[in-house]
Design a protein around this ligand. Sequence first.
Ligand code: F6P
Length: 320
Amino acid sequence: MKKLAIVTSGGDAPGMNAAIRALVRLGAWNGIEIIGFERGWEGVIRNRFRKLDSRAVSGILHLGGTILRTSRCEEFRTREGLEKAAETLAANEVDGLVVIGGDGSIRGAHALSRFTDTSIIALPASIDNDVYGTDETIGFDTAVNTALAEINKIRDTAVSHERTFIVEVMGRKRGFLALEVGLTAGAEIILVPEVKFDKEKIYDTLRKNAAKGKRSSIIVAAEGIGETRKLAEDIQRNVNTEVRLSVLGYVQRGGSPTARSRLLANLFAEKAIDLLLDGHRGRVVVLQKGGVTSISLEDSCSNQKPLNIDLLKLAEKLAT
Ligand code: F6P
């Protein structure tokens, strides 16, 4: 392994910089030359990169976002795009490519692996935590804690004004963030895209809560359930409660990574370098039952990560 390239792709996640730093430092430790492609797959397609040495990654460990920038690259979904990216890797004599990103980026890495001899390793990093095979992605813990801190504040107003709040958290397709935030925030109701919800049941729960003396409620909803504003209006119309909607938005994607997100970034990076040095290719570094291991890109891309429905049931019991 002489030359390693790093790329961050898709939605940024807190801890991507920690992963870049760890890869560069561990790479340098092993005498590997490192480059970083800029703006996600776009940089690989257009051959835009910068050299990275240990000093180039000083002072970034605590920063959210990614110093390499990122993008959602449509061209990379085409055969031409993949071929161009493979040409860039060959032209630069890149032996190993580490892709830091979420579900979509890992699918991209898998597609590219069919066009190139470069060994590709993926590090799951996404606030959505929706990568199959890993219990957790880099950045997820930070996003959970960011959302939690905001809901703690919203709870003050909910209690003081005796209101119902719908708090919309990110998660266009999956509800991992909503589920963990909802459970840890003590939400009365959690709505995720994976489970169809019944408005009548929501009204009923809120009415029963009021009858039990609960004067305020928090509903945590993943953005993927859609139409949260309409839901707020419907609840207000059907239940004797004042309803407000708070969409947390991009505050969840940014910010300094928590210790846990940084730790995961460091451990994942260490595993990626070890895999490359041992001659592995086409792997996704994952956390399983507290240990760092890896699965194949193929395996990760051909399965869908299941949502832990037991956690939803637990949250329901805890909200009584
Ligand atoms: O990073 C994941 C995610 O935050 C999703 O939950 C969200 O729907 C999406 O990215 C938004 O992406 P973009 O900023 O590219 O529109």
